[in-house]
Design a protein around this ligand. Sequence first.
Ligand SMILES: CC(C)(COP(=O)(O)OP(=O)(O)OC[C@H]1O[C@@H](n2cnc3c(N)ncnc32)[C@H](O)[C@@H]1OP(=O)(O)O)[C@@H](O)C(=O)NCCC(=O)NCCS
Length: 172
Amino acid sequence: MELHVREMRHEETSLVIDYFHSSTPEHLEMLGVDPTRLPPRDVWGSLFKSLYGLPLAERRGFYLIWLADGRPIGFSSCDKIVFGTQANMHLHVTEPAQRQRGVGEKCVRQSVDIYFQMLEIKQLFCEPNAFNVGPNRTLQRAGFKYVKTHMTVPGPLNFHQAVNRWLIERRV
Ligand SMILES: CC(C)(COP(=O)(O)OP(=O)(O)OC[C@H]1O[C@@H](n2cnc3c(N)ncnc32)[C@H](O)[C@@H]1OP(=O)(O)O)[C@@H](O)C(=O)NCCC(=O)NCCS
């Protein structure tokens, strides 16, 4: 299986919307996502249209697609972007059958390289729910260092929760 990570095209962003809207309440709970905070599909589509209309340095979010033999199997995104300084990443293998087979670690490594290069950042953070074992193990495997565990509302889709902060730093 050949894995490839590249910038997500605007026409591919339905992958993100479909993933969250078709997730079970249990899966969203594990992610720390409050289902009532998901934007309706049409609103989310409009948000993506606005996002992709902006130059990279002005975007509040940046999306990568994970491909296995050319087929989408997951995605990663960054938010809280301070261009040239830091960003927060997210990671999802959207096909349950492809999880725990090494895809996440490899695609996270490729995603990290792209984020450092394209966003020109020095620090990349990731803050998964502290009780969600998959991303916490994967981030450590992919070279992130554990910083701390704390309570927060990580983003606009999330409820208040314990998260682990992971970090990769690179000097340019
Ligand atoms: C998190 C995720 C992207 C990781 O991708 P993956 O392809 O499953 O991960 P890998 O197969 O590369 O595994 C990397 C490490 O994590 C471990 N791991 C992954 N999922 C695990 C799970 N559910 N339980 C225990 N360990 C797990 C693997 O065993 C491996 O560790 P090891 O080599 O020391 O054994 C994927 O599981 C996923 O999409 N999960 C659901 C969405 C999610 O939770 N996203 C995080 C939101 S912050």
